[in-house]
Design a protein around this ligand. Structure first.
Ligand code: NAD
Length: 704
């Protein structure tokens, strides 16, 4: 039963009952209409209350019905809301916990609203590249005024009923957060309003706050400017603003029609498709083959972090910020003290810039306890190693951890490049060993690659996935291979960027082209930020391990000049003293010309579209190989890695989704074209890509 119907004297209580958040699936929508009809037909009933069972009034659309016929089956939400609004008997919405999206729109169709102060209120459709499509853009401004509606609808922000209590959104706000108390208050309210003569108020008829037109125009303008800054290339925010504006100027019905038109346009837009893909991809990434909901999860009370370097400090802060006590271990006191003082100064900066309260910063600092003794780690339930990337050091550390860690403790490595199975073999408990590959800065970056070794137990995986959520990370599972998912792919991308320098482009042209495509940062600015010496070291190792892996010489030559990037004030760009501003460098241009001339390369003009295709398709082709080898469980996991860790434009949905949207035949044909060019021999089309292209299928709909 999706909607329960009970009576309380002369009031009918309709309770949405579709766990976990009373999503407005087809049965719920039909249930509400049936409930209203039943109450209207019963002469003993004088008013209705509508509420939600369990943890929500309603979280909005039922995501399990997305892309199914049920999502568009009658009655649609607009019709349900019309039924509420048209009811001759008054309807009171009793809001508690969460009233979001379609849930809030439903409540806006009621004649009256009673809410718990703690209720979370939002119209988050814009985050999926949409706008509220069931009258939200028209009714909310009439309830709260234009300014607040603009803010809520165009940002999707969540605000409490308490914070909105001063607006005309609610008829009564009660202090208690207990759902039953809200229902009791709403029933009492319904008894009162049932005595009032009809017709009962409808938001559609409420006069909108009639501001001075100049003030209103300024409001829309500043909302537009904010939207342009925040959501580059995404049309939804602007449509939200336009729909509100239309309803104010042309009236409710015209506004509602315009809202529908915008919704239909947005739902078919590539940006919204990409955002919806990302939404489902994040949920899918939590599902791991071989790990079910019945898999036991170990309790994690205390976390140990070994190494207080760049990563160790960030990892320690990530756990402390989630309230977990951390033991931070180093070999020498001097290094430890330096690490702690860097942590303190990080938090001081956070407090000074208003990002964190002084009390929260103090709590984090207090939660990170320093240690110089491995024995202290005996208390830890999880130990994350972030020491030097050298085999001898990793071996020593893991043997040490094996000796002191308690039974059942999880031993994790933050290694970026080393074989996790070999690391696990240093211990007597490989089932308890897992990779936790954080990204720098670890306390900020959302992505966490969870590396599943050959022997990692399902229990360990389930535990770290749960923990990842607790510390606010998006976790994606990767199998063991060089570079895991993200770095293995980025290497192909960077290599293409370097080839293009030799063939005819300059760093600034390549960066500009991919930044215009939507990447947060182009490959050369990114390398300058990370340090060019890191790639140099990887290339030297590669030269020994895989001599067939050809690299352009230009990057090594840059490093031979000591141009390591921002940290040395010069890399692919010059960085004028004390700034992070990348200025095109004459010395780099000269180096590129000399190298090309020495190798007899005839430089040619490269178009921006060739640049983007070569970079993005290098990611796609390696991603296809990663799928083929089973390193990633699904294409959308690869997309999550790139959206959350590598600045791939969200509005394009990740490399694999983007390739699907272009059509894999086109991707293959472009790669074949690249293969015919001077450095074309490095392209080997992945069998998975070739096969899917041949079958006219996509990575994200792949059945194998
Ligand atoms: P780092 O050089 O900044 O820090 C390493 C720290 O480990 C040093 O403070 C060192 O004193 C300490 N250490 C060395 N041996 C130790 C031991 N036996 N016991 C305790 N402490 C010891 O290095 P980092 O950049 O933080 O990298 C650490 C690990 O994280 C490496 O495996 C690296 O591949 C990986 N990683 C780095 C990045 C990055 O961007 N820097 C990103 C992801 C992963």
């Amino acid at each position: 039963m999706s909607v329960d119907y009970t009576t309380h004297h002369n009031i009918a209580l309709l309770t949405l009952n579709n766990p976990p958040v009373n999503g407005l699936g087809h049965a719920s929508r039909a249930g509400v209409v049936a409930g209203i009809e039943r109450a209207l037909a019963d002469p003993a009933i004088e008013a209705m209350v509508i509420t939600g069972a369990g943890r929500a009034f309603s979280g909005g659309a039922d995501i399990t019905e997305f892309n199914t016929p049920k999502a568009t089956a009658a009655p649609m939400l607009g019709a349900v809301i019309a039924a509420l609004e048209a009811s001759a008997k008054p309807i009171v919405a009793a809001l508690h916990s969460v009233a979001m999206g379609g849930g809030l729109e439903l409540a806006l169709g009621a004649h009256y609203r009673v809410a718990s102060a703690q209720t979370q209120i939002a119209l988050p459709e814009v985050k999926l590249g949409l706008l509220p499509g069931a009258g939200g853009t028209q009714r909310l401004p009439r309830a709260t005024g234009v300014e607040i509606a603009l803010r809520l609808i165009s940002t999707g922000a969540v605000e409490s009923a308490q914070a909105l209590a001063h607006t005309g959104l609610f008829d009564q706000v009660i202090e208690s957060a207990v759902a039953e108390d809200v229902v009791v208050a709403a029933l009492a309210f319904a008894v009162e309003v049932a005595k009032r003569p009809g017709p009962h108020p409808k938001l559609r008829d409420r006069a909108i706050d009639s501001r001075d037109p100049a003030v209103a125009a300024a409001l829309y303008q500043s909302a537009r400017e904010l939207a342009a800054r925040r959501a580059r290339g995404q049309p939804a925010q602007l449509k939200c603003i336009a729909a509100i504006e239309r309803g104010v100027s042309a009236g409710f019905d015209a506004g509602l029609a315009f809202e529908r038109e915008c919704f239909m346009e947005l739902v078919a837009s590539p940006e919204s498709r990409a955002l919806r893909h990302a939404f489902f991809a994040e949920r899918a990434a939590a599902k791991i083959p071989g790990v079910g909901s019945a898999t036991a999860v170990r309790p994690i009370g205390v976390v140990g972090v070994v190494g207080a370097g760049t990563m160790g400090r960030g990892i320690a802060m990530s756990f402390a910020q989630a309230g977990l006590p951390v033991l931070l271990l180093e070999l020498r006191d001097e290094v430890l003290q330096n690490g702690l003082s860097l942590i303190r100064s990080h938090y001081q900066t956070q407090v000074a810039s208003g990002k964190l309260s002084a009390a929260a910063a103090a709590r984090c600092i207090e939660l990170i306890r320093p240690s110089l003794a491995y024995e202290d780690l005996a208390q830890a339930d999880l130990i994350v190693e972030a020491v030097f990337e050298e085999w001898a050091v990793k071996q020593q550390v893991f043997q040490g951890l094996d000796a002191v860690a308690k039974a059942g403790a999880i031993l994790a490595s933050n290694t970026s490049t080393l074989d996790l199975n070999r690391i696990a073999a240093f211990t007597s408990r490989p089932a308890d060993v897992v990779g936790l590959h954080f990204f720098s800065p670890a306390q900020v970056m959302k992505l966490l690659e969870v590396v599943r070794g050959a022997h990692t137990s399902p229990e360990v995986l389930a535990t770290v996935m749960k923990l990842a959520k607790k510390i606010g990370k998006t976790a994606v599972v990767s199998g063991v291979c060089d570079g895991f998912i993200g770095n293995r792919m980025i290497e192909q991308y960077l290599r293409q960027a370097l080839f293009m320098l030799e063939e005819g482009a300059l760093p600034q042209q390549i960066d500009r082209a991919v930044e215009q495509f939507g990447f947060a940062m182009g490959p050369f600015r990114m390398s300058d930020l990370a340090g060019n010496d890191i790639g140099w070291a990887i290339r030297r190792r590669r030269a020994l391990e895989r001599p067939d892996f050809v690299y352009p010489k230009i990057a090594d030559k840059l490093c031979e000049l000591g141009r390591f990037g921002q940290k040395t004030g010069a890399g692919w760009y010059d960085y004028p003293a004390g700034t992070r501003q990348a200025v095109p460098a004459a010395a780099v241009e000269a180096l590129i010309m000399q190298t090309a001339a020495a190798d007899g390369i005839a430089r040619r003009e490269l178009s921006d579209s060739e640049i983007v295709e070569r970079l993005v398709f290098a990611l796609v082709n390696e991603g296809a190989e990663i799928l083929e080898e089973g390193i990633a469980a699904r294409a959308s996991d690869i997309d999550m890695v790139y959206l959350t860790g590598y600045g791939f434009p969200l509005s394009r949905g990740g490399p694999m989704f983007y390739a699907d949207s272009l059509g894999l035949r086109h991707v293959c044909q472009s790669i074949q074209h690249f293969q015919a060019q001077p450095n074309g021999a490095v392209w080997r089309i992945s069998p998975r890509l070739a096969r899917l292209a041949q079958e006219a299928r996509g990575f994200n709909e792949s059945r194998d």
